[in-house]
Every structure is written in structure tokens, then in C-alpha cells.
Design a protein around this ligand. Sequence first.
Ligand SMILES: [Zn+2]
Length: 179
Amino acid sequence: MSSPNSTQHLDVKAFATNQSTLSGEVDLHSMPRLHADCAEEVAGKVTWSAQGELRQASDGHDAAWMHLQAKTEVPLTCQRCLKTVEQALVVDRSFRFVKDEATAEAEDDESEEDLLVISKDFDLLALVEDELLMALPLVPMHTSCQSEHVPTSKDDSDADADAKPNPFAVLATMRLGKD
Ligand SMILES: [Zn+2]
């Protein structure tokens, strides 16, 4: 049954009307889509909180709003050194609820806030996961990778030493040829 205090079956209008606040802590394990983007087993938690608000819209009607904060840390793969990088994810966004998908599409361009379709059975934790996924960096990377030497395969280094001419020597030859 829907209830203003059920995080996965939230009655959004009641939540906003009562200016309710919900908060919690959930295992990263319970967020499979986020989990799938991680480099290794996740053991951390997601802490989140949501505040409801009823705000008068320009048309005089009350609109339901939700302010959402969430944070966690996930292990991702550094795209420079390919080792694990612990990435903090922080979400702090406001949403305005509209009556249906068509209204959301029509008003999306002129709205600074994000629009969601109002529901009496709203999955707040799915929204938290959506927002954390959006907060993932496109290219995860250490601020500065550990500078230990990562050897290439043995064949490559052998080829470098034996066959590859010194580029400066080549340049010098070319210069000589020109003169
Ligand atoms: Zn790195």
C-alpha cells in the first residue's frame, strides 16, 4: 500500500503536502545498475535524504517538489592506469512533479529543475540510483596515478631496444641530408 513514508511506494503528493523528510542508508548491493558499473565487489553504503515541498506554480496551482541529496563512494577503473579508483558520487538536485509524461516533455526545455511524473507509488530508491548513475564520471581517473613503472609486454620492449631507431638520430640524419 502507498504511504507517505514508504521509500519505494511513496505517495508524492502527500509527501510534498506534509513537507515530509525521509532519509536512510542502503547497501550499494541493493542498487544493481550502479553495482554493474563498478570495478570490483562493492561493500559501501549510500546515504540519502529527501525533502518534500509544496510550491505555488505560475499558474496558481500548487506543485509538488522534492529535494534530493545522496552520496556514496564506488570503486571504478581508472582509464589512465587501469587500477581501481575510489570515486565519490554526490547528488543534490531538485525535482518538480507534473501530472503526466506529456506535460514533462512540454515543460522540460523551459524548466531549470528536473521534471518527474507524479505518482502515488513512487520508487524513491530507484530515483536515488538513477541520479547516482548520472553522477558517474564519463572517464574515471585518479587525480594523479601512482607513478610506479608499468612494464609493457616483454616482446614490445625487446623490439624497442633492438629494432627501433633513435628518433633524434633519424632527425639529425634528415637535417644533414637537407644541408
Ligand atoms: Zn590511475
